[in-house]
Design a protein around this ligand. Structure first.
Ligand SMILES: Nc1ncnc2c1ncn2[C@@H]1O[C@H](COP(=O)(O)OP(=O)(O)OP(=O)(O)O)[C@@H](O)[C@H]1O
Ligand SMILES: [Mg+2]
Length: 485
């Protein structure tokens, strides 16, 4: 029900996004930019093509003049008859037509309206730049100005010369320029539309898909159906899609883990709450027990009371500090040997027939730490070592657990060494991460994670100094007088 609703909202959001994109988004920018770029490219070839057109027009007219006058070349008359001359001038749009051969110029036809010439165009010797400059000038010249154009004839080594009025060629050039401009515009719009469609499908549409998915996902990141489904593309967009999907997958896994921790925290608080009541009764009974005169009872009762007190303190601190956080350490100078003995006491190591317990810490050795928290750290490490050695079958080898400490450059270094089977290689990397590194049935994988957290609050560290089939050594460092930042 909920998912259906989400899918619908996502769909209804895509449409406005598409409209937005068309109005002012990437697609519109792409369309306009492509049209502009194509137009710029077209205009770069516009001017040379107009110059080219002009040269072609002039050459054509020289050819027409040549074709029309060739038959008169051998006649002896200086000029053509009036009628033939007028025909020649009309066909070639010229004011005069002349042929120069062997240095002698022969005027074939001439109209009366000849004036001053503004330009002489030699079609045998044109350059690209010269043609462009001259064509541009011609486009804006006075229509009734006159110019002379000449070039070698095709049929005979003579020069054909025409004098023409600018208006005819100018008109033809403007018509040509207008046609080229219209064609360029059409080509640019057509090309822009094609490029736009291609880019829209290749880039814009996937981006819209990605961003609307991110939108929906950010609202309900725990919804597995919203994890992006990447396409099979192998380009940059395909890579981005795959990364997004992987990122969302990771995020969901982290969220699930966090949820699990939160649930666990709640469960712990509930258990803790009731455990406190039970411990309170145990405290009451042990108080009464300590009043008995029996010497055995007198020996064990104080230990029992101390243990129960400690348990009550833990349950209290869990409630005080919001179930997840440890209380900040209350540091003071403590005797480390005593704490280690308390741990051994608690684990029953002192009278153990299986494990040989060696407390090598000098009696007066002092450390600067929270005694309760350091007790918990050592307790977790010693219990792990004890369990590893009890569980393991180590024929012919003494099972020993040794603790030693030294002061070094303002730090306390503690080493806990056992002769157990060593830590399996596949869990060594994740052993300090909560819930990750346990190999024991019934083990929660929290002991070392708790030790790391407590030591970090002291500015200290813990590491596996050595582990192999002969045993394991954990190395703890606690700086003296650590000042938290
Ligand atoms: N001294 C050791 N020798 C061999 N393996 C060890 C030793 N210390 C720890 N380990 C391995 O590291 C794992 C993680 O220890 P950790 O104390 O974090 O969790 P746990 O002991 O499994 O559970 P718990 O939360 O009850 O302590 C253990 O399951 C064990 O396999
Ligand atoms: Mg443990």
């Amino acid at each position: 029900m909920k998912e259906g609703k989400i899918a619908k909202t996502e769909k209804t959001r895509v449409l406005p996004r598409v409209f937005n994109a068309i109005r002012g988004g990437l697609s519109t920018k792409l369309l306009v930019l492509t049209a502009i770029f194509v137009l710029v490219a077209e205009s770069l070839i516009f001017v040379p093509s107009v110059a080219n057109f002009r040269n072609g027009w002039l050459k054509d007219h020289l050819l027409i003049a040549e074709a029309a006058s060739i038959v008169y070349l051998d006649s002896t008359d200086l000029m053509l008859s009036e009628e033939a001359g007028q025909n020649l001038l009309a066909t070639t749009s010229s004011l005069s037509v002349a042929i120069r051969r062997d240095g002698i110029s022969r005027l074939m036809a001439k109209s009366p309206g000849m004036g001053e010439l503004v330009e002489h165009i030699d079609l045998d010797n044109t350059t690209a730049v010269g043609s462009i400059v001259s064509s541009l000038r011609m486009l804006f010249d006075e229509p009734d100005s006159q110019y002379r154009v000449f070039g070698t004839m095709r049929s005979t080594p003579a020069i054909m010369e025409l004098v023409q009025e600018t208006r005819y060629i100018q008109k033809a050039m403007w018509v040509y320029a207008r046609n080229v401009a219209i064609l360029s515009l059409l080509i640019s719009v057509f090309t822009a539309a094609l490029v736009y469609l291609a880019l829209y499908r290749l880039i814009v549409l996937p981006i819209i898909r990605i961003s609307s998915n991110m939108d929906a996902f950010s609202k309900t990141p725990e919804n597995a159906s919203l994890v992006y489904k990447p396409t099979t593309r192998i380009d940059e967009i395909g890579t981005a899609e795959k990364r997004l999907a992987a990122f969302q997958g990771d995020l969901q896994q982290t969220l699930r883990q966090k949820q699990r921790l939160a649930d666990l925290g709640l469960a712990v608080s509930k258990i803790n709450h009731d455990l406190r009541n039970i411990l309170a009764s145990a405290q009451l009974f042990s108080d009464r027990l300590s009043a008995l005169p029996d010497p055995t009872v007198q020996r064990f009762a104080p230990k029992l009371i101390k243990t129960i007190d400690r348990a009550v303190d833990y349950t209290k601190s869990v409630i005080d500090y919001g179930r997840a956080l440890e209380a900040p350490p209350k540091r003071r100078k403590l005797l480390l040997n005593t704490i280690a003995n308390d741990v051994a006491d608690m684990l029953g190591l002192e009278n153990s027939l299986v494990i040989e317990w060696n407390n090598n810490i000098p009696l007066d050795f002092q450390a600067d730490a929270d005694p309760e928290q350091l007790f918990r750290v050592l307790m977790n490490l010693c219990r792990n070592a004890q369990q590893a050695m009890i569980d393991a079958d180590l024929p012919g080898r003494a099972k020993k657990l040794t603790i030693q400490a030294e002061h070094l450059q303002g730090e306390v270094h503690i080493r806990i060494t056992d002769t157990g089977p060593g830590i399996p290689e596949n869990i060594q990397e994740k052993i300090f991460i909560a819930f990750e590194g346990s190999t024991k049935a019934g083990g929660s994988g929290l002991g070392l994670a708790i030790a790391v957290e407590l030591l970090r609050a002291h500015g200290g560290t813990i590491e596996i100094e050595n582990t192999d089939e002969n045993g394991t050594t954990f190395h703890i460092v606690i700086p003296n007088e650590y000042q938290p930042q």
